[in-house]
Design a protein around this ligand. Structure first.
Ligand code: NAD
Length: 275
């Protein structure tokens, strides 16, 4: 397919661009994911807390696409952290998705005040050893959380999925990932479709290339080496967001986009998120 794959630290291949389904209601997920699969997406990013694992699973089954051509990610929610609770929550997710394995299972947030992510990850290692997740990783982990996890467990996380877009470029965290062989996956890659897509640097580049602002931002991610999972329920935008492999930004464009980093988070701060 036209979407390139990156190789994770355990040799599993992951599509560099996938489809995220946060805030898609369960009864609309089958349709939305169906549109994405039709448009050529093969990687789907859901989570237990999104409440749409069933709808997602229905679309996967209805598509008739071979299981080994799909890449399905789900995540463990915060209130299920802990060894036994994690094993139970994983079974529930797998059941809702209607799958025998997921490609990637992530701890959704570190929840440092709760101090259970190490035990949680030990359950992930068991799930991984059983082949029920082809890769395991984390989400919203800061370098200190990753250091601690790697110090106390044996499987280096394959992925850390974090908020990342031109206004929050996460340079330090990306360098940390690169040193440790952890893939960087960007959530809210389009800055949730807010002011980022109206920024004049972005709209100027869109004009220069005859592309849309969203396509410029996705190109920036891909050229940085990030995995991206843009979300839309609008079929035309779903298509637009995967049609980003026919052009390339040049060094000057990348520098102009680098200047947009303001360190602004749209979501919670992982160090203090405890809900
Ligand atoms: P996003 O940056 O993908 O933006 C999505 C929004 O941008 C859409 O709702 C729409 O309003 C707009 N949009 C999409 N395509 C567009 C286009 N082509 N032109 C104009 N506007 C467009 O934001 P997101 O949904 O927050 O993030 C993507 C995915 O990341 C989620 O669906 C979810 O899978 C994942 N995520 C993970 C976490 C986490 O904690 N791990 C948190 C948030 C999101």
């Amino acid at each position: 397919s036209k979407v390139p794959h990156i190789t994770l630290n355990n040799d599993v291949a992951m599509p560099q661009l996938g489809y995220g389904v946060w805030q898609v209601p369960d009864d609309e997920a089958a349709t939305a994911v169906g549109h994405a699969l039709e448009a050529g997406y093969r990687s789907i990013d859901t989570a237990a807390i999104y409440g749409n694992e069933e709808g997602t699973g229905k679309a996967l089954a209805a598509s008739g696409i071979a299981r080994d051509e799909l890449f399905v990610t789900t995540k463990l929610w915060n209130d299920e952290q802990g060894y036994d609770a994690t094993l139970r929550a994983f079974d529930t997710s797998l059941g809702k998705l209607g799958l025998e394995y997921v490609d990637l299972y992530l701890i959704h947030w570190p929840m440092p005040a709760k101090d259970t992510y190490v035990d949680t990850y030990r359950a992930f290692e068991k799930i991984y050893a059983e082949g029920r997740a082809k890769a395991i990783g984390v989400s919203n982990f800061q370098p200190a959380h990753l250091e601690r996890l790697m110090g106390e467990t044996s499987v280096v996380p394959a992925v850390n999925q974090v908020e990342l877009h031109p206004q929050l470029q996460q340079s330090e965290l990306r360098a940390f990932h690169a040193r440790h062989g952890i893939a960087t996956e960007a959530w809210s890659p389009l800055g949730q479709g807010k002011d980022l897509l109206k920024n004049t640097t972005v709209t100027g580049l869109a004009e220069k290339y005859g592309r849309t602002p969203a396509q410029i931002v996705l190109r920036w991610h891909l050229q940085l080496g990030n995995v991206v999972i843009p979300k839309s329920v609008t079929p035309s935008r779903i298509k637009e967001n995967i049609d980003v492999f026919g052009f390339e930004l040049d060094d000057a464009d990348l520098s102009a986009l680098a200047a947009l980093d303001s360190g602004t988070r749209l979501g919670p701060d992982p160090d203090t998120m405890n809900g």
